[in-house]
Design a protein around this ligand. Structure first.
Ligand SMILES: O=C(O)c1cc(=O)[nH]c(=O)n1[C@@H]1O[C@H](COP(=O)(O)O)[C@@H](O)[C@H]1O
Length: 271
């Protein structure tokens, strides 16, 4: 099943637009993992198993694993999601972007080495740098458009040919790069006005990955009302720290499940 089919099926069957971001930080793990040589995998696996009923996707962030030398844990974690929670797509957040001959290795990294269903990509180098990802018609390509961070506007808001650069990205991705129907856009929850503008540019066929609720303070009601599609979907609302570290006690998995369920319910009130 393609990423888009899996996502739509999951939106419907789980009745959820929530994505749990897997951003392991061992200093924040519960004490029980202190002497566990495989703590990164074990912590993330427990979070995945507890939150799976409430999510449409999982999003591991590659630097959080690579900085710890835990690439093997990342590969096993994605394999675990596919085996134990078949049908829940995995978005590898690696934000790659390079000349085409190198980008094809980044595509192989995400889709063949790690077996991700989708990957985040940086469009700054232009279409040929994203093409190796776009060519994988069954996999999703989640292109940075208007990111959630405070400095997002430094470059993304620069006016080019009469409109901000992020709007050019939105237009190009939706109307030129999406020949296989496998593109999505990253638009941060911290920018409700831009969410509305981008939805107006791209229509209903392009899902948005929306990080920035939870720890970054994005407003869930504004996200959903401004960016949902007519059928009340179109969004992958991602939260990492607010779910992963909801408790650092022995109840961490249950606390994460509660946080994911509450986010799902909060989103669903406005769909
Ligand atoms: O591509 C992303 O996932 C991403 C894009 C963006 O604009 N903002 C953003 O925060 N992210 C990622 O989403 C996650 C947000 O984590 P929390 O703030 O803990 O929910 C981090 O892994 C970020 O790297």
């Amino acid at each position: 099943m393609s990423f888009m089919q899996a996502l739509r099926t999951r939106w419907s069957n789980a009745d959820s637009l929530v994505c749990v971001g897997l951003d392991p930080e061992p200093a924040k793990f519960p004490a029980r993992f202190a002497n566990d040589a495989d703590a990164v995998f074990a912590f993330c696996r427990d979070i995945v198993d507890a939150t799976a009923p409430y999510v449409c996707a999982f999003k591991p962030q590659i630097a959080h694993f690579a900085a710890l030398g835990a690439e093997d844990a990342l590969a096993r974690l994605i394999a675990h999601i596919h085996a134990a929670h078949a049908g829940i797509p995995v978005i590898l957040d690696s934000k790659r972007g390079d000349i085409g001959s190198t980008a094809q290795h980044y595509a192989a990294e995400a889709f063949d080495r790690y077996r991700a269903d989708a990957v985040t990509a940086n469009p700054y180098l232009g279409r040929d740098s994203v093409q190796p990802f776009l060519d994988r018609a069954d996999r999703g390509v989640v292109v940075l458009c208007r990111t959630s961070n405070p400095g997002a506007g430094d470059l993304q808001d620069l006016v080019v040919d009469g409109r901000p650069l992020y709007q050019h990205v939105a237009h190009k991705v939706a109307h030129e790069w999406n020949g296989h129907g496998n593109c999505s856009l990253v638009v941060g929850a911290t920018w409700p006005a831009q969410l509305k503008e981008v939805r107006a540019i791209v229509g209903s066929e392009v899902p948005f990955l929306v990080p920035g609720v939870g720890a970054q303070g994005g407003d869930v009601e504004a996200v959903v009302t401004n960016a949902k599609t007519a059928d009340g979907t179109g969004l992958i609302v991602s939260s990492s720290r607010a779910v992963l570290y909801a408790s650092n006690g022995d109840d961490f998995a249950q606390a994460a499940a509660n946080a994911a369920r509450e986010l799902r319910d909060q989103i669903n009130r406005y769909r």
